[in-house]
Every structure is written in structure tokens, then in C-alpha cells.
Ligand binder design. Structure first.
Ligand code: DC
Length: 225
């Protein structure tokens, strides 16, 4: 039987998903599955190996064969491909833009489906991404869809990157966010949209603490934890 102990967290870039998924997972004692990191690893390796966007079948094969593993360490997801820690390479504007494009390739999405389901199979997981509630874990009893205005999301991403020491301008971030919004919500496969039964939270005027409080309340109500 499919494991029912899954919370999904979907939403656009910079909506605060990653932080909230981590905090919620910690609050309920579950683990966090950052599926964006998997897509980013695929984009990184595909670009390094010269598998272009015009070669969808090969990109899908690369995704299917990629030995990618995620480790939680001090509240950060470490992404390891083979025996190489690629964490520090995944969040640049270049890789963000490329990932948005590679993740629109149906062959890549199909190849990563099984991996994501296997990683969630043990349950007690907060799965974070774009299509967790709609495609990968549609049976999850609790689904969140987090959103915020593009300007708010750009500002948060700016602060996050500044903390991580990635030098990027605010304008560049907003442009990147708008472009990715467009790619993510206009693609044919697994378009970014809330599941019909998702709890939608617009966090434009809410602090992370306020959103987290709502989420923990829902998790208690649904799972009794
Ligand atoms: O959540 P993130 O910013 O790390 O995601 C990076 C990119 O990967 C983003 O453009 C959307 C894509 N993505 C996806 O299509 N499906 C997922 N489940 C997770 C991420």
C-alpha cells in the first residue's frame, strides 16, 4: 500500500517553500525531500556533458541514469552526484534558468518520477517542488500550495542568495523569477498549478512564522501529530 504519511509543498520560485518545508519537517519530526535539487543536478550534469535542450531523449536517459543522492546536514540539503558534492554549483542564476528549461522536457520528468516516489516511499516526508501534489504524490492527505507576489519572492531570493554569498543583483533576480514563472506555468507537462485539494497560502503579507503556524496546525489536524 502506498505510504500515506506525506505532506506536499508546491509553489513558484521564491515562495518560501524550501524554508517552510524544512521548518515544517523539523517541527513534525519528518524528513524533507527537495526535488528542485534533483532537477538542478540534472541540468548541471546535462550542461557539463553537452547534452543540449534540443536532445530530449538523451536528457531523459541522463536523468534516468544519474546517481543523485540528497543528504540533510545542518538544515541544508547536500546534493551528491556519484561521489561529487555539487551543492555549491546548483543555485547560480545560470543553473536556475537552465533547470527551468530542462525540467520542461517530458522525458526528464518521466525519468525522475520513479526516483522521487522511491525517496518518498518510506513516508514521514515533506515533499517540496512544483508537481508534488498534482503528479508525484497525488494521494498525499495534506497538500500546500504556497505563493507570493513576484516582487516579494525576488526580495526573499535576494536575501537568501546574499546569505549564501552568491553575488546577484535584485533586478536580475526579479527577471529570472518572472522568466521561470512563465516557463513553469506554461509548459505542457506537470504545469505549476495547485492540486484541486491543495491548501493555498499567499504569503505576500505573512511572515514565515505565521505561515509555519498555519502549516503545523494543519499537520496536527490531518495526521494527529
Ligand atoms: O524549487 P527550485 O527553485 O529549486 O526548482 C528549480 C527548478 O526545477 C524550477 O525551475 C522548477 C523545476 N522543478 C520542477 O519542475 N519540478 C519539481 N518537482 C521541482 C523543481
Amino acid at each position: 500500500m502506498e505510504n500515506e504519511n506525506i505532506i506536499t509543498m508546491d509553489g513558484p520560485a521564491g515562495s518560501g517553500k524550501s524554508t517552510l518545508a524544512r521548518n515544517l519537517a523539523q517541527a513534525v519530526g519528518w524528513s524533507c525531500l527537495d526535488t528542485g535539487a534533483i532537477y538542478r543536478a540534472v541540468a548541471l550534469v546535462a550542461s557539463e556533458r553537452g547534452v543540449g535542450l534540443d536532445r530530449p531523449r538523451e536528457a531523459g536517459e541522463l536523468a534516468a541514469g544519474l546517481d543523485v543522492r540528497l543528504y540533510a546536514e545542518n538544515g541544508v540539503t547536500l546534493t551528491v552526484v556519484g561521489d561529487r558534492d555539487v551543492t555549491g554549483l546548483l543555485r547560480t542564476p545560470e543553473i536556475s534558468a537552465l533547470t527551468s528549461k530542462y525540467s520542461a522536457i517530458p522525458e526528464v520528468r518521466a525519468a525522475l518520477m520513479g526516483l522521487q516516489r522511491r525517496l518518498g516511499a518510506g513516508g514521514r516526508v515533506v515533499a517540496e517542488g512544483r508537481d508534488m501534489g498534482t503528479v508525484v504524490f497525488p494521494q498525499a492527505p495534506l497538500k500546500f500550495f504556497l505563493t507570493a507576489s513576484p516582487e516579494t519572492r525576488a526580495h526573499r531570493r535576494y536575501l537568501q542568495l546574499a546569505r549564501e554569498g552568491v553575488p546577484v543583483g535584485r533586478e536580475e533576480i526579479l527577471e529570472g523569477i518572472l522568466a521561470r514563472d512563465h516557463n513553469d506555468s506554461s509548459r505542457e507537462t506537470a504545469r505549476l498549478e495547485p492540486a484541486p485539494d491543495a491548501y493555498i497560502i499567499d504569503s505576500t503579507n505573512l511572515s514565515a512564522f505565521e505561515v509555519e503556524t498555519i502549516m503545523i496546525g494543519e499537520a496536527k489536524r490531518v495526521f494527529g501529530i
